[in-house]
Design a protein around this ligand. Sequence first.
Ligand SMILES: [Zn+2]
Length: 146
Amino acid sequence: MNFLAFAAKPETRPKTAVPLKTALWRGLTGRCPHCGEGRMFRAFLKVADRCDVCGEELHHQRADDFPAYLVIVLVGHLVVPLVLHVEMTYQPAYWIHAALFLPLTLALSLALIQPIKGAVIALQWHAGMHGFEEAKKLRGSVQAPG
Ligand SMILES: [Zn+2]
């Protein structure tokens, strides 16, 4: 972090508790789990150090490979039955399988990885894991309006 980024630190809002469902939805949509307004990601899969709206620190996240595992499980459970169905029904040539299912697998993986990573980080934030403990203590049990 450089000096200018530190100087531009946004105003921090009072910490309020957020229901798990709300936090997960905010994570899925790439928003800050605390306020739902700021962006969670500063690049495709790079998490912002802190929310640019409420100042919630997000650098504690340790999603690591878990989002990728979830994407593999989900995409595998969607694509493999589809491949088997197409093979059993139409018996197309292998190049047709490759032409259909390789791009589909790639597109689904790219479409799901950021929302799933956001949801995993929101879950960690809500549970107070990996450095989010202090923020969870500050939130206490005060419910945010709405
Ligand atoms: Zn925020």
